[in-house]
Design a binder for this molecule. Structure first.
Ligand code: ARG
Length: 371
């Protein structure tokens, strides 16, 4: 049965089959949250964001929204259905019996919060206190899908307590230095402890029957074990990228483009022993092209490698950020049709083209690519 725009159906098993229905984030009311352990460990040491917090400047919010609206409009013109979150008030402090933080984050990027696996959308535990309530931005959509699609499974992972026991205090000094960070990453010593399961949805890549999950700052081993028990029909694989001093979210590091082809960040190569599953099944892992920029835009958490944070529309078509000329050139050589999308001025809100979206429906079924 083919997809129809008049009927809501949630289904997506991988990162590349033809995309029909997608959520695009909003920059509304986004905040730079105050200090908290997991976030501090991630803010780059030389970042202009250290030591400041509060609502982001209105002109940057307006500009990011303009770009996100244009992106959504372009996707609609191509025939996709696009839904948008409903922003809650992110200036409201978040308080639970276990923690307090003065503000929240925003409703960007949806990829971090929502993990779609087949007919299910799973709200991640999250690992920052300021993002604990972020699922609320998507609840109106989850309710709508629940009402309209009888097969839709709306799931939420156990909310974590996020007490200080969740974080290693060693990471809380401002000047750790990249050498030390890389050494720790190599030893798989990250800011989060194994107190309780933690994961962000953007640490997970979907390859049909296999889920590939990055162990790092935002996802711990217990979080991966929780996913393994939650998806008993899947094989769940843990991966690490020792070249990344700030390992959060896999989608500027490892990017599947179509069955058999993955881009890997050349500074964050997948270690030999973890490549077997791919190479043993004739998948090619190629170094991604270099980013076009030497620095991220102002007030941005992410690195310049958002260049490879592309959104695959179908196995032959990919959205690439407009200024990322080297990445676009590489896609062309790899036989992909490139759709240019201007998004750089929205990067500060949490990421690129893959981050700022979440799958609702892609064609195709659950396949076994690594038999
Ligand atoms: N850690 C990545 C980098 O800075 C950014 C990943 C952003 N992804 C996301 N889903 N928010 O290179």
């Amino acid at each position: 049965m083919s997809w129809s725009a008049d009927k809501t159906e949630v289904k997506s098993w991988n990162e590349w089959d033809t995309l029909r229905h997608v959520i695009v984030g909003r920059a509304d009311d986004c905040h730079i949250p105050p200090e908290e352990p997991a976030l501090d460990a991630k803010v780059p040491e030389d970042s202009d964001m250290r030591g400041q917090w509060g609502r982001r400047p209105q002109e940057t919010i307006d500009r990011a929204n303009e770009l996100l609206d244009n992106f959504a409009g372009m996707l609609e013109k191509r025939g996709l259905r696009v839904d948008r979150p409903t922003s809650i008030d992110h200036s409201v402090p978040a308080t639970t019996p276990d923690f307090h933080t003065e503000s929240q984050f925003g409703c960007m990027p949806p990829r971090d919060v929502l993990l779609t696996v087949g007919h299910e959308m799973l709200e991640a535990t999250m690992s920052y206190r300021c993002r604990w309530f972020e699922y609320l931005n998507y609840r109106p959509l989850m309710q709508q899908y629940f009402n309209e699609d009888p097969k839709f499974r709306h799931e939420s992972a156990p909310k974590p307590r996020l007490t200080d026991a969740d974080y290693h205090p060693d990471y809380l000094s401002e000047k750790i230095g990249d050498a030390k960070r890389l050494e720790w990453a190599e030893q798989k010593f990250f800011v989060t402890t194994e107190e309780e399961p933690l994961f962000d949805a953007a640490d997970v890549l979907r390859f049909g029957k296999d889920l590939v999950v990055q162990h790092g700052f935002t996802t711990n081993l217990k979080g991966i074990e929780w996913l393994r028990r939650h998806f008993p029909d899947h094989r769940v694989h843990t991966v690490n990228f020792p070249g990344d001093p700030y390992p959060i979210h896999i989608d500027a590091t490892f990017t599947p483009l179509r069955p058999g082809l993955i881009l890997n960040n050349p500074q964050r190569r997948l270690p030999e022993d973890q490549r077997k599953m791919f190479e043993g099944n004739d998948w090619e892992i190629v170094d991604s092209a270099q980013p076009a920029h030497n620095t991220p835009p102002p007030l941005c958490y992410s690195s310049t490698w958002l260049s490879m944070n592309v959104l695959v529309l179908d196995p032959k078509t990919v959205c690439v950020e407009k200024s990322e000329v080297y990445q676009a050139e590489q896609m062309d050589k790899l036989g992909m049709e490139v759709v240019e999308v201007e998004l750089r001025d929205a990067y500060a809100f949490g990421g690129g083209l893959h981050c700022c979206t979440a799958d609702v429906y892609r064609d195709g079924e659950c396949e076994d690519y690594f038999p």
